[in-house]
Ligand binder design. Structure first.
Ligand code: 9MR
Length: 353
């Protein structure tokens, strides 16, 4: 069901008591923290704001190095809280992420032994990890980002990933999908990446899917387009080409980590006020959601997830010109709710069609 004709100008969505999740028939989600690292999205935002969404993904608490911080020791508290909240509020949950070079569990790798022993050391730990985590949330999680960011920005596989190094090749990707499928054959299994709208990286991802036969032999269901975008990039045409490329391969496509860097990748440390960006951000969200709505109607994308709820908690505050610097804070305004949890002009643009 699509609420064609909804308009923020007429206040339609407020009059009808509708929420963001009512804009389209596909789930609209947000990345949340469930207490890990001291931040709790549910307590911070409350049910009213969380109720704008009908899908959740863990910002950090389900990543390998966080959820299984040492061998055999799992940190279930935050992920259990997340899936519990979702169940209580009728929300879907995306799983993020089983195999990734960042926030990986260091103990899954070894420096000792022959190449074959190193590979087996990591392979068996990957299998146990995926089996344990996917099994536990079999009834709660409908899709997993099985492999995250395996392609390098400079071309080809990310060969400095600890997973690639442990295996000596990209076959860890095939294993990861096979183990996830074995643990829950009904789960949708995704490959997730950023910069997917860069033509060369997009075609590297296509090559990976074909070379590793991920669709035919390893249960790949879909592609997650992370969508860490900015006010100017990528073009709507490039977004459309990206969606079409994977849809034409027979894959599901989801927008998995949408946010907009108002500084457009600049390295300047100058903090500008939100008012500098309010209109441009609203226009940008408007054109992006016009595109995504069209693709949702055509069945080409099956979910949209924002990487956060409101501007008071965003990784982009520390992302300076492509580099994450935790010691530096440059306030950014990438989401649909402001730092005080009010709806931004961009929020209303999402409704304006
Ligand atoms: O938002 C996450 C941030 O809190 C973590 O410090 C960071 C660690 O690398 O990961 C961030 O989330 C990333 C996501 O898991 C994968 N795609 C890129 C996201 C932003 O870095």
């Amino acid at each position: 069901m699509f609420f064609a004709g909804c308009s923020a100008d007429s206040g339609t969505e407020n009059d009808q008591g509708l929420k963001l999740k009512d804009v389209y028939s596909i789930p609209i989600g947000a990345a949340v923290a469930a207490g890990e690292y001291g931040w709790d999205s549910f307590d911070t935002y409350g049910d009213a704001l969380m109720g704008e969404f009908d899908s959740l993904v863990a910002e950090n608490c389900m990543k390998a190095g966080v959820i299984q911080y040492s061998e055999g020791n799992f940190s279930w508290t935050a992920p259990d809280r997340l899936v519990g909240y979702a169940a209580e509020h009728g929300m879907q949950v995306r799983g993020h992420a089983l195999v990734w070079h960042t926030q990986a569990a260091g103990w899954m790798f070894t420096d000792t032994g022959t190449a074959a022993e190193k590979k087996e050391f990591s392979r068996s730990r990957m299998q146990t990890h995926i089996t344990t985590v996917v099994n536990r949330y079999e009834d709660d999680i409908y899709c997993w980002d099985v492999v995250n960011e395996a392609i390098s920005d400079s071309g080809g596989y990310r060969t400095d990933s600890p997973w690639y190094l442990a295996y000596g090749d990209a076959s860890y990707i095939q294993n990861a999908f096979d183990y996830a499928y074995a643990a829950d054959p009904d789960c949708k299994l995704y490959y997730n990446d950023y910069n997917v709208c860069v033509p060369s990286k997009r075609s590297d991802i296509v090559s990976m899917i074909e070379d590793l036969d991920l669709i035919g032999s390893h249960h790949l269901t879909g592609i997650g387009i992370q969508a860490h975008w900015n006010l100017n990039w990528p073009s709507i045409a490039e977004i459309q080409t990206t969606i079409d490329t994977f849809h034409d391969m027979g894959l599901e496509v989801q927008i998995t980590e949408l946010d907009i860097d108002c500084y457009n990748g600049s390295t300047s440390l100058t903090v500008n006020p939100y008012s500098n960006y309010e209109e441009a951000l609203a226009t940008r969200y408007g054109e992006i959601f016009d595109c995504l709505r069209q693709n949702a109607e055509e069945g080409k994308i099956t979910a949209i997830t924002l990487w956060g709820v409101a501007d008071d908690h965003t990784w982009l505050d520390h992302m300076i010109g492509g580099e994450y610097i935790s010691s530096v804070t440059r306030k950014n305004y990438p989401l649909l709710f402001d730092a005080d949890h009010n709806k931004k002009q961009a929020y209303f643009e999402v409704w304006d069609f």
